[in-house]
Design a protein around this ligand. Structure first.
Ligand code: NAD
Length: 370
């Protein structure tokens, strides 16, 4: 079958390759059972690329990433490369991808699977059925603004400076991503900033409102100061559908929301850029967790975050919501059946390996597919 869907897989380091092996099986299952075909390419990033080529990502791999529908990345890094110069560390491979592909919108879903409700630090009734999406602006704001630095003022006094900067195009493009997502979800966006004390926050609020009024009147828009959003996330998280916010507040709010759902081994993410001349939106999907060198090679890592990252790719890059639902439902059923990798193990459940978790998800896909 000729394919018009291209996927670049970059397993990376540590548990990345182990988790990605299970994803490859799900990709193969899709081809065998859903009459879709992916053109799948695999290459090196991070420490694996350093070992082979002396650099954390080659121009050739970046070029491939520029020309596929989606990139799926495992994780990068590990003690073997910790003492390298910062400019060639494994993490630079990932940073270069984000920069060269101009991935300005970071999507972090916080979904609480019923079977894991007890793993949350909040009461079960607050998180049961939780399904929210945080859209964080990723390439602007105070992490990149100039001037920045530490200045010696003399007499033992020093000054540290960072600058929060946003232009209207930067706000518009990330707002559009949030509104478009809301259209595919529950139709609600909450925009978060500190317009009460920051001019950049006033601009953010005005410009998000402008995009809403002119392009997305069908979506419901609300605004919330970021400190209140943090409180509301732990008080009543289910009130949200999509939250859109800047780089700094998004960093904090997305970590806060992630922990509502329990475990690092369960959390997928997506980073999106602009739509190119072929109508393709640049996209990188990856689990939130790192390469977990402490458990690498032992076949005990949880592959679910990486498998759910592939499900996000199905939903947002390949426009295959039915197949994305299927993968998510299979994961949900396997957890409900009592299988757990070590990181999410609980009393009375069955502890299984990475491979056995993959087997179980494939079996569940078979069942769901009838
Ligand atoms: P980590 O996320 O790799 O691990 C934190 C803890 O969670 C560890 O105890 C690990 O065993 C556990 N864990 C993480 N994912 C798991 C999974 N899927 N299943 C079971 N347990 C899991 O973070 P860290 O230890 O701070 O960093 C380790 C390395 O990963 C470092 O080199 C760091 O730079 C790198 N890192 C990479 C990324 C990325 O590639 N995006 C992100 C974070 C850290």
């Amino acid at each position: 079958m000729a394919s018009n869907k291209s996927l670049l897989i970059l397993p990376g380091d540590g548990i990345g390759p182990e988790a990605m092996t299970e994803v490859r099986r799900v990709v193969d299952w899709m081809q065998d059972n859903r009459a879709v075909s992916f053109e799948v390419d695999e290459d090196l990033v991070g420490g694996a690329s350093i070992d082979a080529h002396g650099i954390p990502i080659t121009d050739e791999v970046v070029d491939k990433a520029q020309n596929v529908d989606a990139v799926l990345l495992g994780a990068v890094g590990g003690p073997k490369w910790d003492n390298l110069d910062f400019s060639i560390k494994p993490e630079r491979g990932l940073l270069r991808l984000r920069k060269d592909l101009e991935l300005y919108a970071n999507l972090r879903p916080a979904i609480c699977f019923d079977a894991l409700v007890d793993a949350s630090s909040l009461k079960p009734e607050l998180v049961s059925g939780l399904d929210i999406m945080i859209v964080r602006e990723l390439t602007g704001g105070v992490y990149f603004g100039e001037p920045r630095g530490i200045e010696d003022l003399g007499n033992g006094v020093r000054k540290g400076v960072n600058t929060q900067v946003y232009t209207t195009p930067e706000i518009h493009r990330v707002a559009r991503v949030a509104f478009e997502l809301a259209q595919k979800r529950d139709g609600r966006v909450c925009s978060s900033e500190k317009a009460n004390v920051m001019e950049s926050g006033v601009l953010w609020r005005e410009e998000v409102t402008k995009i809403h009024e002119t392009e997305f009147p069908d979506v419901e828009l609300s605004h919330m100061y970021a400190d209140n959003a943090a409180m509301q996330l732990v008080r009543a998280p289910k009130q949200f559908d999509v939250i859109v916010t800047d780089n700094l507040f998004g960093d904090i709010l997305s970590d806060c929301a992630a922990m509502l759902t329990g475990s690092l081994g369960m959390l997928p993410s997506a980073s999106l850029g602009d739509v190119d001349e072929h109508g393709r939106r640049k996209a990188l999907y990856e689990p939130v967790h790192g390469s977990a060198p402490d458990i690498a090679g032992e076949n005990i890592a949880n592959p679910i975050a990486t498998i759910l990252s592939y499900a996000m790719a199905l939903r947002y890059s390949f426009d295959m919501p039915g197949e994305a639902d299927l993968v998510e439902k299979a994961v949900q059923n396997v957890l409900a059946g009592g299988m757990r990798t070590a990181d999410i193990m609980a009393e009375g459940m069955a502890k299984v390996s990475t491979t056995v978790m993959g087997d179980a998800i494939l079996r569940e896909l078979d069942k769901l597919n009838g």
